[in-house]
Design a protein around this ligand. Structure first.
Ligand SMILES: *Cc1c(COP(=O)(O)O)cnc(C)c1O
Length: 220
């Protein structure tokens, strides 16, 4: 049941916070609802979930229309096509998968003036995997400065998906180091988005402030 599932996940998050000597409730839970039904999202909302992440624009827009009456904070976490930046900038309050200046500029220019600034996480490609999106650690500072200069964007932090088939711990440590380095240079980042169903407790141990869970939350 979804109810039991969310409750037990929250307990695991709190336990991981405690073990890592993190402030209680400092880690946010993003429910990744790609390929989940409108009913499943509504049921999780009923249990108190407010942050939802979607990967595919068309699918997300349909869900948003159907769930328009609910107070959901929508995060876009999927690959961003250049010609989709306008609807993304209009219909989401967070975009966690920004990896180049062109996309950032287009999101800025399309974000409606009557809305608060669009919250941005930069997606980092930690191991320079060619098939994966995300900025390299080398190019990260330049992109961070660019996003910071955009008036309708609010740079909140970093996001990464660790390389498959390797220990995620080193990846989490690399992302945390990059996060701390930027903050030591004067950025005010508060969001380190790392950890998925298989490894979120480890991610919390390594400093995650937002875990993105799909299968662990929605299964059964
Ligand atoms: C699908 C997805 C997740 C959730 O993955 P699970 O393993 O199902 O928890 C998290 N982040 C991103 C970017 C995703 O695409």
């Amino acid at each position: 049941m979804i109810k039991h599932s969310r409750h037990s996940i929250l307990t695991r998050i709190r336990d991981a916070e405690m073990l890592a000597h993190r402030t209680p409730h400092s880690v946010k839970l993003l429910a990744v609802s790609k390929q989940q039904s409108i009913e499943a999202i509504a049921a999780l909302y009923e249990q108190g979930q407010r942050l939802f992440g979607e990967n595919y624009l068309q699918e997300a827009l349909e869900k948003q229309t159907a769930l328009n009456h609910l107070d959901i904070e929508w995060h876009f976490i999927g690959h961003i096509q250049r010609n989709k930046t306008k609807p993304i900038a209009e219909h989401f309050s967070w975009v966690q998968s920004v990896s180049n200046e062109l996309i950032a500029k287009r999101l800025n220019d399309a974000h409606p003036l009557n809305l608060p600034p669009l919250n941005i996480c930069i997606e980092v490609n930690l191991d320079n995997e060619p098939q994966k999106s995300g900025v390299s650690l080398t190019n990260l500072p330049t992109l961070a400065h660019f996003i910071q200069s955009q008036p309708r964007l609010h740079l909140r932090g970093l996001m990464a998906i660790p390389q498959a088939n390797t220990s995620p711990q080193l990846a989490f440590q690399k992302l945390k180091t990059a996060f701390d380095t930027l903050n030591n240079q004067g950025f005010l980042l508060d969001t380190l988005s790392m950890g998925m169903s298989a490894d979120f407790e480890l991610a919390i141990q390594e400093g995650s402030t937002m875990v993105r869970l799909g299968t662990a939350l929605f299964s059964k």
